[in-house]
Design a protein around this ligand. Sequence first.
Ligand SMILES: C[S@@+](CC[C@H](N)C(=O)[O-])C[C@H]1O[C@@H](n2cnc3c(N)ncnc32)[C@H](O)[C@@H]1O
Ligand code: SF4
Length: 207
Amino acid sequence: MPALPTGDPVPANGALPSSALTTIADTEFALYLHVPFCRVRCGYCDFNTYTKPELGGHGATIDTFADAAIAEMDVAQAVLTAGGATPPSVSTIFIGGGTPTMLPAADLVRMVAAARERWGFADNIEITTEANPDTITPEVAAELAAGGFTRVSLGMQSAVPSVLATLERTHNPANVATALRACRAAGLAVSSTSSMARQGRPWGNGG
Ligand SMILES: C[S@@+](CC[C@H](N)C(=O)[O-])C[C@H]1O[C@@H](n2cnc3c(N)ncnc32)[C@H](O)[C@@H]1O
Ligand code: SF4
């Protein structure tokens, strides 16, 4: 087996290596926020995500998550600006999960605003949230768009109820079209993580 290339040793205090800090101003800054909550777990899913009973009332909750994520941004800001380094403005934000839209839209918007306050946004920034189709209403879509989101990534594995049941998916296939229309009406681009999208169906990668 080939040896791995030698890298910088990991600093013990959680800081970035100095080689990273000296080039940070010229590095693209993409922010990923992971929201680890789901109403139910789908049997095939390998993502780090939890239902309410699994959490058992301990640790992060849906109610406290946005504030915890914003506090974490302050830690990131301290790491990124150590020694006078200047991080660039953010060029993309992707909120994934889990099911980020289990949080109130206002909390998703608050997390985006907190990123903007700390780092600023590049021109033409893309801001995406993943969503289960059941969680997108016209009101939610409008609130996301008004809060700066540019795209929603809808999870849809199939339009066939028996396939969805086998996959332990809870969403009603009809809700995909409803959610898609709501996003489009709000001016949001839509992409999909469905296998249908990969086959080039019109609701995938709708931009
Ligand atoms: C992480 S979920 C987030 C959105 C939302 N929770 C949902 O499922 O609709 C996004 C997508 O990840 C994909 N996914 C889940 N488990 C996967 C796995 N084990 N391998 C590949 N893709 C997976 C599914 O296609 C799902 O739609
Ligand atoms: S809803 Fe999405 S994130 Fe949650 S278990 Fe299912 S595929 Fe995974």
